[in-house]
Every structure is written in C-alpha cells, then in structure tokens.
Design a protein around this ligand. Structure first.
Ligand SMILES: [Zn+2]
Length: 288
C-alpha cells in the first residue's frame, strides 16, 4: 500500500546521482563510472571496456619513469608569441590561459630519468595545453632534450599527442618539423635509440615529423593517428562515412605505420625490455 500518492499525474521525479567530484570518473566510451583510485591502479584504463582515458604528462611520467627518477629540464622555456598574433582573441591570452589550466609552460614536459634502470631522455606532450600543438618553444624543448640525450648517451622516448602545428606561430611552428627531424638524425648517427609512443590523438605536423621517425613506433590501443583529422577528410573527399577503424591504432598497425600496439599498463616494461635489447646503457649518468 502506498502511504503517499501524487495528486497530479505527469510529474517526474528526477533521480539525483550526485557523485562527489574528483572521486569518480565516467568513461566516455561505455559510460560506466569507476572509482578514481581503481582507475589509477589500472593505469587509467577503463576496467569495463579497456578504453584508455586521457591523462596528463605527470601521469605518464609516473607510469614510465622509475620511482622519483624524473628530473625536469627547461621547464621555464615558453613561447614569446613572435608574431603578436590575434584572431578573435589574442594568442597571448590563450597562452596565459593554457599555462594556468595545464599548470605547465609549454605543450611538452621534458626531462631525464631511468626506465627499468636504463637512462632515458623523456618528453611527454600534453593535450591540456592548447591541444598540444607544436609551437616554436615545443620544438626547442624537444631539440634541447635530444642534445641532452646525445651528451649523456641516453635513449630518447617521446610520448606524442597533438592536434598538429600551432597556427598562431605560422612558420615558427612549421620550421620545428625540420629542426627536430635534423636533430633526430644526429641522435641516430650517434647510435642512440629513439622510441615514440603515439597516444590519442596524434595528428598534423607532429605525425608528419618526429612522431613517425622513431626506431620503434609504439601506439596505445584505440589512439587516433593521422595527418588530417577525420572531419577534414570527410569534407574533402565528400564522404558521409569513413571505413571502420579509420586512423585507429590497430588499423594503422595493420597498414604498417606503427610497429606495435601496447596497452598503457605494459608500456614501461615493454620500453625497458626494448632499450635493454637494442641500446643497453653505458654507466648511468647523473640526473642533475
Ligand atoms: Zn569504458
């Protein structure tokens, strides 16, 4: 028996499911919510559908580098807004906002660390900073990281994710493709290993340069990898739909553009095995 009945029909009771902020995260692919501590233990891979949730650079550093071994370098290097560019907003304002929201000075963090005891020069791009577009300072930080790898005889690992070149810097951005590629050639001439990890999404000028120049190219499952984005291709080709799996890591692997697809929780072990096999370390240099 109902103790209380509605006087009027058609009134819906909204069931409130208020989740305490910062404790639960919902997966964009399957919609399931998962306790953040459980996600952290699972390398931020959804336990329901294996979707690799987007994570910032610090989490990649935690996942890849040996405990407390990462020492950041050139952390204060930032763009000077060389063209004083503005469209409907000033580029300078966008930069200031990005710095604040991502808590970093550029779209990449670089440093030295060990991975499985092997000395590594590690760079991690971060989509939270202007969708990890490649600006002049991004290229400069990568170039200096490569120089450091050469000086110390470290393997180089770059975690790539990017929306492409940073249009607000025009040629200053585009020239980074050539600059970084030339530096990578120097690294290769010294017999040092370069491994790139392609995460979701890796596009544009980054794909067209250093993301595809690794001795080993590893992709995360489900990562979108390509040059032009899917909507651009659809418009240009006049297509309603693209083939299933188009530009997705597993499909890109089938077509020979990457060497392997490795789940995030196996990346550190895979990298350390590869480095030990291909480029075993000289005595570990100091990290200062
Ligand atoms: Zn999921």
């Amino acid at each position: 028996m109902n103790w209380f009945e509605r006087m009027k029909s058609g009134i819906l009771t909204r069931i409130k499911r208020e989740l305490p902020e910062g404790i639960w995260t919902s997966c964009k692919r399957c919609g399931e919510t998962t306790y953040q501590a459980a996600l952290e233990r699972n390398a931020w891979i959804c336990p329901h559908c294996s979707n690799h949730l987007p994570i910032g650079y610090l989490k990649y550093v935690d996942l890849l580098a040996d405990n407390d071994s990462f020492v950041e370098i050139n952390a204060n290097l930032r763009t000077a807004d060389p063209l004083k560019f503005r469209d409907h907003r000033r580029y300078g304002d966008r930069i200031r906002e990005a710095r604040k929201s991502a808590s970093m000075n550029e779209a990449i963090s670089t440093g030295v660390c060990t991975v499985g005891g092997q000395p590594v020069a590690l760079g991690v791009m971060d989509m939270r900073y202007l969708t990890a577009t490649m600006g002049g300072a991004t290229g400069e930080k990568i170039s200096r990281l490569i120089d450091r790898a050469i000086d110390d005889r470290r393997s180089l690992v770059l975690v790539c994710q990017s929306g492409g070149a940073r249009m607000q810097e025009s040629t200053f951005s585009l020239m980074q493709m050539a600059k970084v590629s030339a530096r990578l050639r120097r690294l290769s001439d010294k017999g040092l290993l370069y491994a790139c990890l392609l995460t979701d999404p890796t596009y544009g000028g980054v794909t067209a340069s250093f993301a595809m120049l690794g001795d080993i190219i590893i992709a995360e499952p489900g990562a979108r990898i390509g040059f032009a984005g899917q909507s651009v291709i659809k418009q240009f080709m006049g297509l309603e739909q693209l083939p299933e799996g188009f530009q997705i890591a597993e499909n890109v692997l089938e077509h020979g553009f990457v060497d392997c697809v490795v789940p995030r929780d196996e990346l550190a072990a895979t990298l350390s095995r590869l480095i030990a096999l291909i480029a075993p370390a000289d005595p570990v240099p100091s990290t200062t």
